[in-house]
Write a protein that binds this ligand. Sequence first.
Ligand SMILES: *[C@@H]1O[C@H](CO)[C@@H](O)[C@H](O)[C@H]1NC(C)=O
Ligand SMILES: *[C@@H]1O[C@H](CO)[C@@H](O)[C@H](O)[C@H]1NC(C)=O
Ligand SMILES: *[C@@H]1O[C@H](CO)[C@@H](O)[C@H](O)[C@H]1NC(C)=O
Ligand SMILES: *[C@@H]1O[C@H](CO)[C@@H](O)[C@H](O)[C@H]1NC(C)=O
Ligand SMILES: *[C@@H]1O[C@H](CO)[C@@H](O)[C@H](O)[C@H]1NC(C)=O
Length: 400
Amino acid sequence: MFVVVVVTVGLLSAVHGAKISASDPLVNWTGRHVDNPDGTVSFDWLSVTARVHVTGASYLAATIVTTANDRGTRLKAYVANQNFPLYPQVQFWVSPNGTPAGNTSMLWLGHGDAAVTIENIVAPQYGTGVTTFVSFETDGQFAANPPLVPTIPGDKYTSRHPGSPPPPPLPARRIETIGDSITAATNVVRPEGAGSCGDGGYQSDWSQTYSALLCHRFGAECSTVAVGGKCVMRECGGLQMPDYFTGAFYKDGATPTFDFKWQPDVMVIDLGTNDMRAITKIGVNTTTGEGPGMDRFTEETVQFMKNATILYKKPDIQFFLTSGPMENTTYTGTVAAINQAKSAGLKATLIDMRAACASARLHAPDDSDQCDGCAGHPGIQGHYEMYEAAWPVIKSTMGW
Ligand SMILES: *[C@@H]1O[C@H](CO)[C@@H](O)[C@H](O)[C@H]1NC(C)=O
Ligand SMILES: *[C@@H]1O[C@H](CO)[C@@H](O)[C@H](O)[C@H]1NC(C)=O
Ligand SMILES: *[C@@H]1O[C@H](CO)[C@@H](O)[C@H](O)[C@H]1NC(C)=O
Ligand SMILES: *[C@@H]1O[C@H](CO)[C@@H](O)[C@H](O)[C@H]1NC(C)=O
Ligand SMILES: *[C@@H]1O[C@H](CO)[C@@H](O)[C@H](O)[C@H]1NC(C)=O
């Protein structure tokens, strides 16, 4: 009852407060999204992020609609008001049209100033639909965002303490991550004690994946394009990641709707686990990882990288190809792809994630469940170890 009263007061005072459209220049969006002609902003890929700054406010709300039938995606809101850019945090589902909850979501309730970051943490394959932000509303004022800062202490671009001089502005850092279920945040949050579990969107949390941890650490603008069960290889049959890569939305499938105007500095590609289906069918020695199936995997990986530089009109994208942690056989093909890409003049570096699950807390009595998430996937610990394998390589390669 108490909560209902508070929310109602907030909504009533919204009438007298400030309201801006979702595509207002005061809102900073990153990730694959579309600015619609009517001022709304739509997306379905995970990791899409909006940053909004309010001053003299007691709340920040947003009008959000979804094409999903039962529930939309799950969003995470961070508030930078405790000397850390991403704390405290709340999560909420986007309600579908027609529910009594309506179209207004409270992103923050408090007092004073708040820099609020909203992230999409569920992959679109879980029936999230397309999410459309219509507007942001507050009883205070909207203000320009503070600069993005890395989340690690001691970085020259980070200033945590009130009264300390402002850090120098962080040069833009842009990371795009392409992957399968691991990158799509599938099965990350395994409930404590659960004997077995699946996803369906409930165990997904992009913010706890290696991709988000990298993004936050470096204070980067990030895009994540990932679909569970997918390959780089055509021979897997049906739509694969090179198809989805061209879409502004997952729902577009192979229709090339993305404009490729936002150019990444870094592209992390974490594919191979599902390609093993096609690699094995064509032929491979699983001990050595060699054979015509693996050669094909290498060729298509290099072709995908070449295509990305052409689509983005950016030949100097720094690629990071990862290996592991759900299988190790494609390591051979991934190393070969890096060598071939380099010979072709591309910038490519390996990130070895094969051991990321080695110290993760497994759940099956005989440790047969491969990693700490659901269904053999990396969970919170596995993803953290993937991130630990990745950041030093990216930092030294990029000078970040
Ligand atoms: C939610 O938004 C939709 C689309 O803009 C609109 O048709 C509907 O009336 C809204 N529902 C509520 C409860 O505000
Ligand atoms: C936010 O977006 C505006 C307008 O596009 C841009 O000028 C500004 O630099 C961005 N700010 C940050 C902190 O990214
Ligand atoms: C796979 O390679 C290993 C090591 O070279 C070799 O001993 C083995 O016979 C090969 N397996 C097949 C099926 O060719
Ligand atoms: C690369 O682009 C070509 C031309 O658009 C396309 O036919 C091919 O399937 C793409 N291959 C990969 C692996 O991305
Ligand atoms: C892959 O290799 C790592 C060591 O590099 C090992 O810890 C891990 O268990 C292996 N994974 C699989 C699925 O064989």
